[in-house]
Design a binder for this molecule. Structure first.
Ligand code: CO
Length: 498
C-alpha cells in the first residue's frame, strides 16, 4: 500500500478557522511558490468562506485570487470546498448557474472539487459532481460527519456508495467540528475502502484535540490523504499542523514520504506567516488556538460556539447560553437530524435562539421553515410532522420531496441581463458571483472598498500601558486582548469595543 499524503489547507481553511478568513491574496504571494515545491497532494486555495470573505471584507474579485495562486503554484493540484447546489453561497442555485460556476473555476485553474451537501443529500451533489468531471476536474464527494441517532457507520458507508455511483473520483470524510473519534475513523475508512473502492481523504479540525489521533488511525486504516495546515494558522479550531503530524506518524508504514528540506520549508513558511498572523490580530483569539473539549460536550463546530457567544451577548441573552445549547438537539431532531455545517449550522443555531427567546416554535425563521418543508433537500431522518405543518402554514406553501433545484428556473440569462443593466461586465465569472453576492459585486464595481483587516484597531491608541507601567503594572495590548502583569501575576483581559 502506498504511503499517505498531506494536503495543505493553510491558504483556505487554515486562516478561515483561525483568522476569520481574512488572509489576503497579497499576504499569500511569497508563500504559494514555496508550497508548490513541497510535494503536497493538493493545495486548498479557494472555496468555502474564502470567496464571500474575500469579496466582502478584502475587496478582492474571487477569480483574481485563483488566477494569482495558480500562477504562483502551477505544479500542485489546487483544491476547493464547494457546497454542492449551494455553491459557495447559502441557498440552492439553478443547475445552469452551478454548472457555470464549476466550469469557470476549472477554467481559472481549479483541479479538485470537494463537494458536500449540508444535509448529506447526495442529490444536491449530483450536478456539481457531473459539472466538475465535464470541466476536466476531479470530483471528490464528501460525507459530513455528525453525531445523531441516525448517523452511524452504515449510514455513512451507504452515502459513500451513493456518491461513488454518481461518478465521484474520491470520497472525503469531512469532520468540520472535530468530533470523529479515531476508532470510528478507522472503521469508516475500512468500510468505505471495502464498499466503494475509491481514494479516501480525511478533513478534520483539532478543536477538541482529536484531530491528529484521527489522522493516525485513518492512515493506518488505509486513508490516502489527510488535510494539514502550517502554524500559526493550524491546530485549535484549524487543521493539525504538518510538522506535528510527521512526528506522530513516524515509524508507521504509511507515513507520508517528504523531501529532505520539507521540515526546513515548513519552518520558513511558519516564520513568514507569523507577521501575517499578527497583522490579523483583530480576527484571531488565543481561545481558538487551544484544545477545548466544549465542542465534545455540545457536539457543534467550534466556529458555531464562538459565534454564538457573541450573538447571545448582542441579544442580551448571554445568561441563556446553556439553555440555547440544550435546544440545539431539539431543533436538529425536529428537522430530521440535519448535520451542522454551513449553512445549516447557522439555521439551527438561530432557531434554537428563537425557541428559547420566544417559546418553542413560536417564531420560525423562513430558512428553518424551508429546511422543514424540503426546500434544502432530503433530511437524514423524517422531519417532525407537527413542526412541518407549522412551517407550511407560516410559509403558505406545501412540503416538497423532489430535488429542490428541479424547481429552480435556469438563471444565467437573467444574471447576464441584470449585470448589463447595471453596467457591470456580464462575463460568466461575474454572473456566478453575482448570483451569490449581488451587493458585494455591485460595491466592487462601484469602487467601494472595505477597510483593510490589517488596520490597527482603535484600542491600540489608548495610552493606558504607559500610565499603568508607572505604578508597577505592565500591560501589552494585541487587538482585543490585553495582557496585564500586576505585581508579577499575569492576567488576560479581553477588551470589547463600545
Ligand atoms: Co474545515
Amino acid at each position: 500500500m502506498k504511503p499517505a499524503t498531506f494536503n495543505c489547507t493553510v491558504l483556505r481553511d487554515g486562516h478561515q478557522s483561525l483568522a476569520a478568513t481574512r488572509m489576503s491574496t497579497e499576504q499569500m504571494l511569497e508563500i504559494a511558490p514555496i508550497l508548490d515545491t513541497m510535494g503536497f497532494s493538493a493545495l486548498e486555495t479557494w472555496g468555502g468562506a474564502s470567496i464571500d470573505a474575500g469579496l466582502r471584507f478584502l475587496g478582492e474579485l474571487p477569480f483574481n485570487r485563483l488566477d494569482t495562486l495558480k500562477r504562483l503554484a502551477p505544479k500542485t493540484p489546487h483544491m476547493m470546498l464547494l457546497r454542492g447546489q449551494n455553491m459557495v453561497g447559502y441557498t440552492n442555485y439553478a443547475d445552469d448557474v452551478v454548472e457555470a460556476f464549476v466550469k469557470m473555476s476549472a477554467k481559472h485553474g481549479m483541479n479538485i472539487f470537494r463537494i458536500f451537501d449540508c444535509l448529506n443529500d447526495p442529490e444536491n451533489m449530483r450536478t456539481s459532481i457531473r459539472a466538475a468531471k465535464e470541466a476536466g476536474g476531479i470530483a471528490h464527494g464528501t460525507i459530513c460527519y455528525t453525531t445523531s441517532p441516525v448517523h452511524n457507520l452504515e449510514f455513512f458507508a451507504k452515502l459513500g456508495k451513493q456518491i461513488a455511483d454518481m461518478g465521484a473520483d474520491g470520497i472525503v470524510i469531512k469532520d468540520m467540528a472535530g468530533l470523529i473519534p479515531p476508532s470510528e475513523t478507522a472503521a469508516l475508512v475500512t468500510a468505505l475502502k471495502a464498499k466503494v473502492g475509491l481514494p479516501v481523504w480525511i478533513h478534520t479540525h483539532e478543536t477538541a484535540g482529536l484531530g491528529a489521533a484521527t489522522y493516525v488511525a485513518g492512515i493506518n486504516a488505509g486513508a490516502d490523504a489527510v488535510d494539514c495546515s502550517i502554524a500559526p494558522f493550524a491546530n485549535g479550531t484549524g487543521q493539525p499542523d504538518c510538522m506535528r503530524m510527521l512526528a506522530l506518524l513516524k515509524g508507521y508504514d504509511r507515513c507520508p514520504v517528504v523531501a529532505d528540506d520539507f521540515r526546513e520549508k515548513l519552518t520558513k513558511i511558519s516564520a513568514m506567516l507569523q507577521p501575517i498572523y499578527e497583522s490579523l490580530s483583530r480576527f484571531t483569539s488565543h481561545k481558538n488556538e487551544v484544545v477545548n473539549s466544549d465542542t465534545l460536550r455540545y457536539q457543534v463546530p467550534g466556529g458555531m460556539l464562538s459565534n454564538f457567544r457573541s450573538q447571545l451577548k448582542e441579544m442580551n441573552m448571554a445568561d441563556k447560553f446553556e439553555e440555547v445549547f440544550a435546544e440545539i438537539p431539539v431543533v436538529r431532531k425536529a428537522l430530521g437530524w440535519i448535520p451542522l455545517v454551513t449553512p445549516t449550522s447557522q439555521i439551527v443555531g438561530v432557531q434554537a435562539m428563537m425557541n428559547v427567546k420566544f417559546g418553542r416554535w413560536k417564531n420560525i425563521t423562513p430558512q428553518c421553515a424551508d429546511v422543514a418543508l424540503g426546500y434544502y433537500g432530503h433530511t437524514p431522518a423524517p422531519v417532525d410532522p407537527e413542526v412541518q405543518a407549522l412551517c407550511a402554514k407560516k410559509m403558505g406553501k406545501d412540503p416538497i420531496t423532489c430535488r429542490p433545484a428541479d424547481l429552480i428556473k435556469p438563471g444565467m440569462q437573467d444574471l447576464r441581463d441584470k449585470l448589463t443593466a447595471k453596467n457591470i461586465p456580464a462575463t460568466d465569472e461575474n454572473c456566478v458571483i453575482y448570483a451569490m453576492f449581488p451587493q458585494q459585486l455591485e460595491d466592487y464595481y462601484a469602487g467601494k472598498r472595505p477597510e483593510p483587516p490589517t488596520a490597527k484597531p482603535k484600542q491600540e491608541s489608548y495610552g493606558a500601558p504607559i500610565a499603568l507601567t508607572s505604578v508597577g503594572v505592565a500591560a501589552s495590548i494585541s487587538g482585543h486582548d490585553m495582557k496585564l502583569n500586576i505585581m508579577g501575576r499575569e492576567y488576560d483581559v479581553h477588551i470589547e469595543e463600545k
